[in-house]
Design a protein around this ligand. Structure first.
Ligand code: 9D3
Length: 252
């Protein structure tokens, strides 16, 4: 069982995404426990204020430290000391599949959803915070990033995804992009499914899929190849693809 406590100023943001599909099923099956907390419930002032202007001036607001510290203390008082406290932040290190695997091995995760310009830096004096970003683009806040992390981690909890094999074969687990997929009809408006897939030759189909996955990875995500887990076949196919590409590059 993995427990998530998500802290946000927009708690209803999570209703839709957590109420559908694999995550919903995992919650219903008791594999994960996901609790959403309204940061404003942890304020101590009449106006329930969570933010204030920045010392030193400049645009944008900053989360006050007090409601955040109180929220984490309340979670710890009720659910015990968490194994990790994550702050979603554009300044964080990148959340990757390897991070998802690491987090899926923990039992209790707190995710603080950043907004505005961030949290008062003194928060770091009170907890070990791990800052994580989901990528190099600008979001309006950390809620979507938190949902991305929850989704990626929940899929890794044993039993959450019906077919364990599909989790194991997932492209980012192996470090390669997936091969192309086709379904019926064999001829769609004159465009045919590659013959090899209809041939019934399982060894040929496997080799075609490996070649396609490698060619796509080479063309679209060559950055993945150095860390990809390749079998002997795949290493040989990749050598051939790269030799061919080398020849093409030299052509005018
Ligand atoms: C307008 C604010 N910007 C001023 C220079 C900085 C800024 C602050 C807060 C930009 C975006 C955000 C909100 N983003 C997140 O909280 C966030 C995020 C992201 O924007 N991209 C990728 N991962 C993440 S995790 C949290």
């Amino acid at each position: 069982m993995v427990r998530f406590d998500l802290v946000s100023i927009f708690p209803r943001f999570f209703d839709g995404p957590l109420g559908e599909g694999i995550v919903k099923r995992a919650v219903e099956a008791g594999l994960v426990d996901i609790r959403v907390h309204d940061l404003r419930d942890h304020t101590a002032d009449r106006h329930r204020s969570v933010d204030d202007v920045a010392y030193g001036g400049g645009p944008g607001m900053v989360f006050k430290p007090d409601p955040i510290v109180r929220a984490v203390e309340a979670i710890a008082a009720e659910g015990g000391r968490p194994d990790a406290i994550i702050l979603t932040s554009p300044q964080g290190r990148r959340f990757t599949q390897a991070e998802a695997v690491r987090l899926s091995g923990l039992r209790h995760l707190v995710v603080l959803c950043g907004r505005y310009e961030g949290i008062d830096e003194r928060i770091h004096e009170f907890f070990d915070l791990e800052e994580l970003s989901i990528g190099d683009y600008v979001l309006s806040g950390g809620e979507l990033a938190a949902l991305v992390m929850v989704d990626a981690v929940v899929r890794l909890v044993p039993g959450a995804v019906g077919d364990e094999q599909s989790v194991e074969l997932d492209s980012f687990t192996r470090g390669l992009l997936d091969y192309p997929h086709y379904t019926r009809p064999a001829d769609f408006r004159g465009v045919r499914v590659p013959d090899v897939l209809l041939s019934g030759h399982h060894a040929e189909i496997e080799r075609w899929r490996k070649t396609q996955a490698l060619a796509r990875t080479l063309a679209r995500r060559p950055d993945l190849l150095p860390d990809a887990e390749l079998d002997d076949d795949e290493r040989e196919i990749l050598r051939a693809l790269m030799a061919r590409k080398g020849e093409d590059d030299g052509r005018d």
